[in-house]
Ligand binder design. Structure first.
Ligand code: 5RP
Length: 237
């Protein structure tokens, strides 16, 4: 992990270093996507070298796959290991109840499959990701959609109160295409009062593959601060 003078990167690094302490020799590890999760993948590669521990990684995206290979983490699959010991991933927004929005990197579908297959889910983030409610600061909810269904899904999302925006690719004309060959609609709902209920309504729209709502999936969040790490654990309802 490279030393950084950027305070936000330092927060992400502190969170990542705390999270990788949960990984033990022989673990199957779900590898999240995004810039924060990437720091955990790097830290895991470092632990393998320094401590001679052996782990197998299950990447949640092509980005995570490439990085794992670069860091010397052997890859396995959900077919070979359907139960993951621990997954470490980032988030776009999280609340004190550990309600999350994910999918800023368009990896939401695989990230959710990996999270749902994990015995322990750890989220790592910097201070900017904290919010008192989902949808704060104009945060959108990514929705992965089969391209054939883009227009009807946009209409249904509008009926649910969202402003739907098809995410454009960078470096390619037209819509972004996910690792699964789908498109992404970024749905701007404003304040989301009941994420669990809205998540089900969006998921039920024909053509929706997955939503960026992660509700009830996260066990621990480590949020880097300027001097340490704040820990949030899943509330017992
Ligand atoms: C990718 C994700 C990322 O975890 C999320 O976008 C956070 O990314 P970053 O750590 O770069 O801010 O959900 O689909």
């Amino acid at each position: 992990m490279k030393a950084s003078t950027d305070p936000i990167v330092q927060q992400k690094q502190r969170a990542a270093l705390e999270a990788v302490k949960h990984v033990q020799d022989g673990f199957i590890v779900g590898l999240g996507s995004g810039s924060t999760a990437a720091l955990a993948v790097e830290a895991l590669g470092q632990r393998m070298k320094n401590e001679k521990i052996k782990i197998l990684g299950i990447p949640s995206s092509y980005q995570a796959f490439q990085l794992a290979v670069d860091c010397g983490i052997p890859i396995t699959t959900l077919e070979e290991h359907p139960v993951i010991d621990v997954t470490i991933d980032g988030a776009d927004q999280l609340t004190p109840e550990l309600y999350l929005i994910k999918g800023g990197g368009a990896a939401l579908a695989r990230e959710k499959i990996v999270a749902a297959s994990s015995k322990l889910n750890i989220i790592i983030a910097d201070q900017n990701k904290k919010a008192t409610y989902l949808g704060a600061s104009n945060q959108f909810v990514p929705v992965e959609v089969i391209p054939f269904a883009l227009a009807p899904v946009k209409r249904k999302l509008s009926e649910l109160g969202a402003k739907p925006v098809v995410r454009e690719a960078k470096g390619k004309l037209g819509p972004l295409i996910t690792d699964n060959g789908n498109a992404v609609i970024d749905a701007y709902f404003g304040e989301i009062k009941n994420p669990a209920e809205l998540a089900v309504k969006v998921k039920m729209i024909p053509g929706v593959v997955e939503t960026g709502f992660f509700v009830g999936l996260t066990d621990i969040a480590y949020i880097g601060t300027d001097s340490g790490v704040e820990k949030i654990t899943k509330p017992k309802f």
